[in-house]
Design a protein around this ligand. Structure first.
Ligand code: KG4
Ligand code: ZN
Length: 338
Protein backbone atom coordinates (compact mmCIF):
# COMPACT_ATOMS: atom_id res chain seq x y z
CA UNK A 1 0.00 0.00 0.00
CA UNK A 2 1.35 3.42 -1.01
CA UNK A 3 0.28 6.29 1.23
CA UNK A 4 0.89 9.93 0.45
CA UNK A 5 1.45 12.17 3.49
CA UNK A 6 0.62 15.89 3.55
CA UNK A 7 1.82 18.16 6.37
CA UNK A 8 0.92 21.85 6.58
CA UNK A 9 0.11 22.52 10.24
CA UNK A 10 2.52 25.39 10.77
CA UNK A 11 5.50 26.76 8.86
CA UNK A 12 6.72 23.68 7.00
CA UNK A 13 5.10 22.17 3.95
CA UNK A 14 5.82 18.46 3.82
CA UNK A 15 4.90 15.81 1.28
CA UNK A 16 6.02 12.18 1.35
CA UNK A 17 5.21 8.78 -0.01
CA UNK A 18 5.39 5.76 2.27
CA UNK A 19 5.09 2.25 0.90
CA UNK A 20 4.13 -0.37 3.49
CA UNK A 21 6.25 -2.93 1.65
CA UNK A 22 9.25 -0.84 0.63
CA UNK A 23 9.40 1.92 3.23
CA UNK A 24 9.80 5.64 2.63
CA UNK A 25 9.93 6.18 -1.15
CA UNK A 26 10.05 9.95 -1.34
CA UNK A 27 10.02 12.88 1.05
CA UNK A 28 10.33 16.63 0.56
CA UNK A 29 9.92 19.58 2.92
CA UNK A 30 9.83 23.29 2.30
CA UNK A 31 10.48 25.44 5.33
CA UNK A 32 9.09 28.98 5.54
CA UNK A 33 11.68 30.09 8.08
CA UNK A 34 13.22 32.84 5.94
CA UNK A 35 9.77 34.19 5.07
CA UNK A 36 8.66 34.55 8.71
CA UNK A 37 12.07 35.64 10.03
CA UNK A 38 11.44 39.32 9.38
CA UNK A 39 8.33 39.20 11.60
CA UNK A 40 9.97 37.35 14.50
CA UNK A 41 7.43 34.54 14.33
CA UNK A 42 4.97 32.69 12.14
CA UNK A 43 2.43 34.91 10.36
CA UNK A 44 -0.56 32.58 9.86
CA UNK A 45 -1.91 34.19 6.69
CA UNK A 46 1.50 34.12 5.00
CA UNK A 47 1.95 30.52 6.09
CA UNK A 48 -1.32 29.46 4.45
CA UNK A 49 -0.52 31.24 1.20
CA UNK A 50 2.91 29.69 1.02
CA UNK A 51 1.55 26.18 1.62
CA UNK A 52 -0.70 26.74 -1.41
CA UNK A 53 2.32 27.68 -3.53
CA UNK A 54 4.46 24.73 -2.39
CA UNK A 55 2.20 21.69 -2.34
CA UNK A 56 2.04 20.90 -6.05
CA UNK A 57 5.79 21.30 -6.71
CA UNK A 58 6.60 19.21 -3.62
CA UNK A 59 4.16 16.50 -4.72
CA UNK A 60 5.79 16.41 -8.17
CA UNK A 61 9.22 16.11 -6.56
CA UNK A 62 8.14 13.27 -4.27
CA UNK A 63 6.48 11.29 -7.09
CA UNK A 64 9.67 11.73 -9.10
CA UNK A 65 11.84 10.54 -6.19
CA UNK A 66 9.57 7.55 -5.75
CA UNK A 67 9.50 6.96 -9.51
CA UNK A 68 5.77 6.61 -9.41
CA UNK A 69 2.59 8.44 -10.41
CA UNK A 70 -0.56 9.48 -8.61
CA UNK A 71 -2.32 6.54 -10.21
CA UNK A 72 -0.23 4.23 -7.99
CA UNK A 73 -1.16 5.93 -4.72
CA UNK A 74 -3.62 4.03 -2.53
CA UNK A 75 -4.49 6.60 0.14
CA UNK A 76 -3.72 10.15 1.27
CA UNK A 77 -2.99 10.97 4.92
CA UNK A 78 -3.02 14.59 6.01
CA UNK A 79 -2.41 16.51 9.21
CA UNK A 80 -5.87 17.51 10.45
CA UNK A 81 -4.58 19.17 13.64
CA UNK A 82 -3.47 20.56 15.93
CA UNK A 83 -2.07 23.63 14.19
CA UNK A 84 -2.95 26.89 12.47
CA UNK A 85 -6.49 26.66 11.09
CA UNK A 86 -5.78 28.24 7.71
CA UNK A 87 -2.56 26.32 7.21
CA UNK A 88 -4.24 23.03 8.12
CA UNK A 89 -7.10 23.76 5.71
CA UNK A 90 -4.67 24.10 2.81
CA UNK A 91 -3.21 20.63 3.37
CA UNK A 92 -6.56 19.04 4.19
CA UNK A 93 -8.33 20.42 1.12
CA UNK A 94 -5.39 19.44 -1.07
CA UNK A 95 -5.45 15.90 0.32
CA UNK A 96 -9.23 15.61 0.02
CA UNK A 97 -9.15 16.90 -3.58
CA UNK A 98 -6.49 14.37 -4.55
CA UNK A 99 -8.48 11.63 -2.87
CA UNK A 100 -11.72 12.52 -4.66
CA UNK A 101 -9.97 12.90 -8.02
CA UNK A 102 -8.34 9.52 -7.65
CA UNK A 103 -11.20 7.75 -5.84
CA UNK A 104 -8.99 6.84 -2.91
CA UNK A 105 -9.44 7.40 0.84
CA UNK A 106 -8.20 10.48 2.71
CA UNK A 107 -7.23 9.92 6.31
CA UNK A 108 -6.92 12.70 8.93
CA UNK A 109 -3.84 12.30 11.12
CA UNK A 110 -3.02 13.87 14.49
CA UNK A 111 0.22 15.80 14.07
CA UNK A 112 1.57 14.63 17.43
CA UNK A 113 0.90 10.99 16.64
CA UNK A 114 2.98 11.57 13.52
CA UNK A 115 5.86 12.84 15.65
CA UNK A 116 5.36 10.03 18.13
CA UNK A 117 5.71 7.30 15.50
CA UNK A 118 8.47 9.04 13.49
CA UNK A 119 11.35 7.09 15.12
CA UNK A 120 9.80 3.94 13.64
CA UNK A 121 10.87 5.27 10.23
CA UNK A 122 14.56 4.98 11.06
CA UNK A 123 16.79 2.20 9.77
CA UNK A 124 16.89 0.50 13.17
CA UNK A 125 13.43 1.19 14.61
CA UNK A 126 12.33 0.44 18.19
CA UNK A 127 9.97 -2.44 18.87
CA UNK A 128 6.86 -1.90 21.01
CA UNK A 129 6.44 -1.31 23.90
CA UNK A 130 8.40 1.83 24.74
CA UNK A 131 8.28 5.05 26.71
CA UNK A 132 8.02 8.12 24.50
CA UNK A 133 9.20 11.62 25.30
CA UNK A 134 7.35 13.96 22.99
CA UNK A 135 8.94 17.40 22.95
CA UNK A 136 7.68 19.83 20.35
CA UNK A 137 6.72 23.49 20.14
CA UNK A 138 3.25 22.85 21.52
CA UNK A 139 3.64 19.68 23.58
CA UNK A 140 5.80 18.08 26.24
CA UNK A 141 4.54 14.68 27.17
CA UNK A 142 5.71 11.36 28.52
CA UNK A 143 3.78 8.41 27.19
CA UNK A 144 3.68 4.68 27.51
CA UNK A 145 3.29 3.26 24.02
CA UNK A 146 2.33 -0.37 23.59
CA UNK A 147 1.32 -0.25 19.92
CA UNK A 148 -0.09 1.98 17.18
CA UNK A 149 -2.99 3.83 18.82
CA UNK A 150 -2.20 2.38 22.24
CA UNK A 151 -0.92 5.37 24.15
CA UNK A 152 -1.09 6.10 27.85
CA UNK A 153 -0.25 9.56 29.14
CA UNK A 154 2.16 9.46 32.10
CA UNK A 155 2.79 13.15 32.50
CA UNK A 156 2.99 16.46 30.66
CA UNK A 157 3.91 20.09 30.97
CA UNK A 158 1.55 22.01 33.20
CA UNK A 159 2.35 25.27 31.40
CA UNK A 160 4.74 26.00 28.50
CA UNK A 161 5.91 23.18 26.25
CA UNK A 162 9.70 22.69 26.13
CA UNK A 163 9.91 24.08 22.59
CA UNK A 164 7.77 27.05 23.54
CA UNK A 165 10.13 27.74 26.46
CA UNK A 166 13.11 27.60 24.07
CA UNK A 167 11.36 29.99 21.66
CA UNK A 168 10.29 32.49 24.34
CA UNK A 169 13.68 32.43 26.05
CA UNK A 170 15.40 32.94 22.71
CA UNK A 171 13.33 36.08 22.25
CA UNK A 172 14.36 37.34 25.71
CA UNK A 173 17.98 36.83 24.69
CA UNK A 174 17.43 38.90 21.57
CA UNK A 175 17.52 35.96 19.18
CA UNK A 176 15.30 35.63 16.15
CA UNK A 177 12.83 33.01 15.04
CA UNK A 178 12.93 30.03 15.17
CA UNK A 179 14.21 30.33 18.71
CA UNK A 180 15.10 26.74 19.64
CA UNK A 181 17.91 26.11 17.15
CA UNK A 182 19.24 29.68 17.55
CA UNK A 183 19.35 29.35 21.32
CA UNK A 184 21.12 26.01 20.96
CA UNK A 185 23.73 27.64 18.73
CA UNK A 186 24.29 30.45 21.23
CA UNK A 187 24.46 27.94 24.09
CA UNK A 188 27.21 26.02 22.30
CA UNK A 189 29.48 29.05 22.79
CA UNK A 190 28.66 29.38 26.49
CA UNK A 191 28.95 27.42 29.69
CA UNK A 192 26.27 26.41 32.15
CA UNK A 193 26.82 27.22 35.84
CA UNK A 194 27.73 30.92 35.74
CA UNK A 195 24.05 31.77 35.99
CA UNK A 196 21.96 29.58 38.27
CA UNK A 197 18.54 28.66 36.95
CA UNK A 198 16.04 26.37 38.69
CA UNK A 199 15.35 22.77 37.62
CA UNK A 200 11.54 23.00 37.81
CA UNK A 201 9.73 19.96 39.21
CA UNK A 202 12.87 17.85 39.08
CA UNK A 203 11.94 16.21 42.37
CA UNK A 204 8.15 16.40 42.12
CA UNK A 205 7.87 12.63 42.16
CA UNK A 206 5.58 12.56 39.13
CA UNK A 207 6.09 12.79 35.38
CA UNK A 208 4.84 16.34 34.91
CA UNK A 209 6.89 19.33 33.85
CA UNK A 210 6.79 23.11 34.20
CA UNK A 211 8.90 25.43 32.08
CA UNK A 212 7.31 28.87 32.38
CA UNK A 213 9.18 29.67 35.62
CA UNK A 214 12.48 29.01 33.86
CA UNK A 215 11.64 31.60 31.25
CA UNK A 216 10.76 34.10 33.99
CA UNK A 217 14.09 33.37 35.70
CA UNK A 218 15.87 34.19 32.44
CA UNK A 219 13.87 37.41 32.17
CA UNK A 220 14.94 38.37 35.71
CA UNK A 221 18.60 37.72 34.83
CA UNK A 222 18.31 39.75 31.63
CA UNK A 223 16.70 42.70 33.46
CA UNK A 224 19.20 42.69 36.33
CA UNK A 225 22.22 43.61 34.22
CA UNK A 226 23.30 44.37 30.71
CA UNK A 227 24.62 41.13 29.32
CA UNK A 228 27.52 41.04 26.88
CA UNK A 229 27.75 38.35 24.24
CA UNK A 230 29.66 35.90 26.43
CA UNK A 231 27.17 36.32 29.28
CA UNK A 232 24.22 35.76 26.95
CA UNK A 233 25.87 32.58 25.73
CA UNK A 234 26.39 31.41 29.32
CA UNK A 235 22.77 32.16 30.18
CA UNK A 236 21.59 30.28 27.08
CA UNK A 237 23.80 27.33 28.05
CA UNK A 238 22.38 27.27 31.58
CA UNK A 239 18.82 27.42 30.24
CA UNK A 240 19.49 24.57 27.82
CA UNK A 241 21.14 22.59 30.62
CA UNK A 242 18.18 23.09 32.95
CA UNK A 243 15.58 22.01 30.36
CA UNK A 244 17.66 19.04 29.21
CA UNK A 245 18.36 17.91 32.77
CA UNK A 246 14.70 17.91 33.77
CA UNK A 247 13.57 16.23 30.53
CA UNK A 248 16.25 13.55 30.77
CA UNK A 249 15.68 12.85 34.47
CA UNK A 250 11.91 12.53 34.14
CA UNK A 251 12.10 10.46 30.97
CA UNK A 252 14.50 8.06 32.69
CA UNK A 253 12.30 7.93 35.78
CA UNK A 254 9.35 6.97 33.57
CA UNK A 255 11.43 4.27 31.89
CA UNK A 256 12.53 2.90 35.27
CA UNK A 257 8.96 2.90 36.61
CA UNK A 258 7.71 1.04 33.54
CA UNK A 259 10.41 -1.61 33.67
CA UNK A 260 10.93 -1.08 29.93
CA UNK A 261 14.29 -0.81 28.24
CA UNK A 262 13.40 1.45 25.34
CA UNK A 263 12.97 5.22 25.24
CA UNK A 264 11.79 7.01 22.12
CA UNK A 265 12.32 10.76 21.73
CA UNK A 266 10.30 12.71 19.17
CA UNK A 267 9.43 16.30 18.25
CA UNK A 268 11.49 19.37 17.36
CA UNK A 269 13.30 19.70 20.69
CA UNK A 270 14.53 16.14 20.20
CA UNK A 271 16.97 17.68 17.72
CA UNK A 272 18.75 19.42 20.61
CA UNK A 273 22.20 17.91 20.92
CA UNK A 274 22.70 18.69 24.61
CA UNK A 275 19.38 17.00 25.42
CA UNK A 276 20.55 13.99 23.43
CA UNK A 277 23.86 13.91 25.31
CA UNK A 278 22.10 13.96 28.67
CA UNK A 279 19.59 11.30 27.65
CA UNK A 280 22.25 9.07 26.12
CA UNK A 281 24.46 9.28 29.22
CA UNK A 282 21.62 8.49 31.63
CA UNK A 283 20.28 5.71 29.41
CA UNK A 284 23.69 4.07 28.97
CA UNK A 285 24.05 3.88 32.75
CA UNK A 286 20.64 2.28 33.12
CA UNK A 287 21.06 -0.16 30.23
CA UNK A 288 18.28 1.58 28.31
CA UNK A 289 18.36 2.22 24.58
CA UNK A 290 17.28 5.61 23.25
CA UNK A 291 15.75 5.93 19.80
CA UNK A 292 15.52 9.18 17.86
CA UNK A 293 13.97 9.96 14.52
CA UNK A 294 16.45 10.75 11.75
CA UNK A 295 17.51 14.36 12.42
CA UNK A 296 15.62 15.65 9.36
CA UNK A 297 12.45 13.93 10.61
CA UNK A 298 12.62 15.54 14.08
CA UNK A 299 10.91 18.70 12.89
CA UNK A 300 7.71 18.83 10.85
CA UNK A 301 7.58 16.69 7.72
CA UNK A 302 5.23 14.70 5.53
CA UNK A 303 7.01 11.38 6.07
CA UNK A 304 5.73 10.98 9.62
CA UNK A 305 2.19 11.77 8.45
CA UNK A 306 2.36 9.26 5.58
CA UNK A 307 3.79 6.65 7.95
CA UNK A 308 1.23 7.30 10.69
CA UNK A 309 -1.60 7.18 8.14
CA UNK A 310 -0.29 3.88 6.77
CA UNK A 311 -0.08 2.38 10.26
CA UNK A 312 -3.63 3.53 11.03
CA UNK A 313 -4.91 2.03 7.78
CA UNK A 314 -3.10 -1.25 8.48
CA UNK A 315 -4.75 -1.25 11.92
CA UNK A 316 -8.18 -1.03 10.27
CA UNK A 317 -8.99 2.69 10.20
CA UNK A 318 -11.82 3.45 7.82
CA UNK A 319 -11.24 6.83 6.20
CA UNK A 320 -13.73 8.83 4.17
CA UNK A 321 -13.68 8.82 0.37
CA UNK A 322 -16.40 11.45 0.13
CA UNK A 323 -14.27 14.56 -0.17
CA UNK A 324 -15.64 15.81 3.13
CA UNK A 325 -12.86 16.98 5.39
CA UNK A 326 -12.38 19.00 8.52
CA UNK A 327 -9.47 20.29 10.54
CA UNK A 328 -8.99 20.45 14.30
CA UNK A 329 -6.74 23.42 15.16
CA UNK A 330 -7.07 22.39 18.81
CA UNK A 331 -7.12 18.62 18.89
CA UNK A 332 -6.21 17.37 22.35
CA UNK A 333 -3.84 14.44 22.21
CA UNK A 334 -5.91 13.03 25.07
CA UNK A 335 -8.55 12.03 22.51
CA UNK A 336 -6.08 9.54 21.05
CA UNK A 337 -5.28 8.01 24.40
CA UNK A 338 -6.66 4.80 25.81
O1 KG4 B 1 7.97 19.35 16.34
P1 KG4 B 1 8.18 20.71 15.81
O2 KG4 B 1 8.93 20.90 14.53
O3 KG4 B 1 6.83 21.46 15.62
C1 KG4 B 1 5.76 21.33 16.49
O4 KG4 B 1 4.97 20.40 16.30
O5 KG4 B 1 5.71 22.15 17.44
O6 KG4 B 1 8.91 21.50 16.99
C2 KG4 B 1 9.25 22.84 16.86
C3 KG4 B 1 9.90 23.25 18.17
C4 KG4 B 1 10.16 24.75 18.22
O7 KG4 B 1 9.75 25.23 19.48
C5 KG4 B 1 11.66 24.82 18.05
O8 KG4 B 1 12.21 25.96 18.65
C6 KG4 B 1 12.12 23.55 18.71
O9 KG4 B 1 11.17 22.59 18.33
N1 KG4 B 1 13.46 23.13 18.27
C7 KG4 B 1 14.52 23.07 19.09
C8 KG4 B 1 15.63 22.66 18.29
N2 KG4 B 1 15.18 22.48 17.01
C9 KG4 B 1 13.84 22.76 17.03
N3 KG4 B 1 14.65 23.33 20.40
C10 KG4 B 1 15.86 23.19 20.94
N4 KG4 B 1 16.96 22.82 20.26
C11 KG4 B 1 16.89 22.55 18.94
N5 KG4 B 1 17.99 22.16 18.28
ZN1 ZN C 1 5.48 19.27 14.87
Amino acid sequence: MKVLGIESSCDETGVALYDTERGLRGHAVHTQVTMHEAYGGVVPELASRDHIRRLVPLLRKVLEQAQTTLAEVDAVAYTAGPGLAGALLVGASFAASLAVARGIPALPVHHLEGHLLSPLLSADPPAFPFIALLVSGGHTQLMRVTGVGAYELLGESLDDAAGEAFDKTAKLLGLGYPGGPQLARLAARGRPGRFKLPRPMLHSGDFDFSFSGLKTAVLTAVRKQTLDDAARADLAAEFQEAVSEVLAAKAMAAVRASGMKRLVVAGGVGANLRLREQLNAAAAQAGVRVYYPELELCTDNGAMIAFCGAQRLLAGAEPACSGVFSVRPRWPLQELLQ
